[in-house]
Design a protein around this ligand. Structure first.
Ligand SMILES: [Ca+2]
Ligand SMILES: [Ca+2]
Ligand SMILES: [Ca+2]
Length: 230
């Protein structure tokens, strides 16, 4: 999975406007899956998954009344025939105010409407899905990473759980000050983001960051981005 710079193409008032595209895997589930929709419990909060990413680069379940079992949770971010279907979506982060903070803000996050298993219930949206993102960033002092979502949101930086908002809930999230993590400036670190939309009436997903300066197929663009932030 790659994070790709899409680049500096739009000139606004003489300034170059950059955008950044995060590639995500979205897996679709049916309402009949026991962890999605019509949940017996809406328990949410920190501590549902372990603080270190698993060796397969997936969250490791500790447990929650809102999640049926280790076996059902393992289906959230893995391909299981007959249980889920997947596609790839691009989340475009933009910086229209040119302050170096790139934002993806989707208050109606329905990336697979009319796709995969299709819309359920009233047919307005395809609810019940997960989002999985794996990428890397180059650490620069003074940068931050923010993520807010509905429902579950887990963000691992350098394989450690830094944003822990599991369970079905309204929009929740926070900001990681990357200066507090003991990272070495100029080094590259992993960033792994996991979301789940488990209960209808709302689905949101927002990322704000000045930090994600990632694996770019064009080194000149990466250099330009680094120079712009530094
Ligand atoms: Ca901005
Ligand atoms: Ca679905
Ligand atoms: Ca929801």
């Amino acid at each position: 999975m790659k994070l790709i710079y899409s680049l500096a193409l739009v000139l606004i008032l003489g300034q170059v406007a950059y955008s950044l595209t995060i590639q995500a895997t979205v897996r679709d589930f049916l309402y009949s899956h026991p962890d999605f929709e019509g949940l017996a419990s809406y328990a949410h909060g920190p501590g549902i998954v372990q603080s270190t990413l698993g060796p397969d680069r997936k969250p490791v379940l500790i447990g929650s009344p809102s999640i049926t079992s280790v076996a059902t949770f393992a289906q959230w971010y893995n391909d299981v025939q007959g249980v889920n279907m997947k596609t790839t979506v691009n989340l475009e982060l933009t910086d229209p105010d040119n302050d170096g903070v790139f934002t993806y803000n989707n208050q109606a996050y329905f990336p697979i409407d009319g796709q995969l298993f299709g819309n359920e219930n009233n047919g307005a949206h395809n609810w019940a899905f997960t989002t999985e993102i794996h990428t890397t960033f180059t650490y620069i002092p003074g940068t931050k990473f923010s993520c807010v979502g509905d429902d579950d949101i887990w963000v691992f930086i350098n394989d450690q759980l830094e944003l822990d908002f599991g369970g079905p809930h309204g929009p929740q999230g926070g900001t990681v000050d990357l200066d507090t993590l003991g990272l070495t400036p100029g080094n590259t670190y992993t960033l792994d983001i996991f979301q789940a939309e488990r209960q209808s009436t709302g689905s949101t997903f927002r990322i704000d960051t000045s930090a994600v300066i990632v694996t770019d197929p064009c080194p000149k663009r990466t250099a330009a981005r680094l120079a712009r932030i530094l």
